[in-house]
Write a protein of this length. Structure first.
Length: 173
């Protein structure tokens, strides 16, 4: 009977641990001096894992980890010869007040480029970035209620995010 109670207690503890909930960020190295193209390529898969974590972890959770992970990823993106991201901020409003949204847009675009290196369509790239933004904003009570973000969330829910993106990039809406 004691073993059964201990097993049940262990199951509850494990199911509520950060690892079980998938909220732990991959470890960020304390030193990461990238100088040559090979240095960037060497850390590519690790950066990709961190990007996936950033694209799934809600804004209000693990704020310190998000900050460190974002700095790591942004520094890698700024220097890698593999990826160039051209962001049009016209696709979403409210970036000035919520810089995390801009980072999430970049994260989504970068992750897509890492998985599809030959992608050049700006609509497709921005759509992938906006999908990440929509997922994360939907998880935030504050951002999901922001009137500037609601059109994006509405397009995402209706499966029309590509059309939304194309309209924003063309300046027609």
């Amino acid at each position: 009977m004691t073993k059964l109670i201990l097993l049940c207690l262990l199951a509850v503890i494990v199911s509520h641990s950060p690892c079980a909930q998938g909220i732990l960020c991959p470890e960020i190295p304390s030193k990461y001096g990238w100088e040559k193209a090979e240095d960037y390529f060497h850390d590519r898969e690790h950066v990709k894992m961190v990007l996936k974590w950033l694209c799934k972890t809600p804004y209000g959770e693990n704020i310190q980890q998000r900050s460190v992970a974002n700095a790591y990823v942004m520094e890698w993106l700024a220097g890698t010869p593999e990826i160039t991201i051209n962001v049009s901020t016209s696709v979403i409003l409210g970036l000035e007040e919520n810089p995390d949204i801009l980072f999430s847009l970049i994260h989504g675009m970068a992750l897509h480029l890492m998985e599809h290196p030959n992608e050049t369509d700006p609509v497709k790239l921005h759509t992938k970035g906006l999908e990440t933004v929509a997922i994360l904003c939907n998880q935030s009570k504050e951002l999901s209620g922001d009137s500037r973000i609601k059109p994006l969330l509405k397009a995402y829910r209706r499966g029309r995010i590509r059309e939304y993106t194309a309209e924003k990039l063309s300046g027609t809406k």
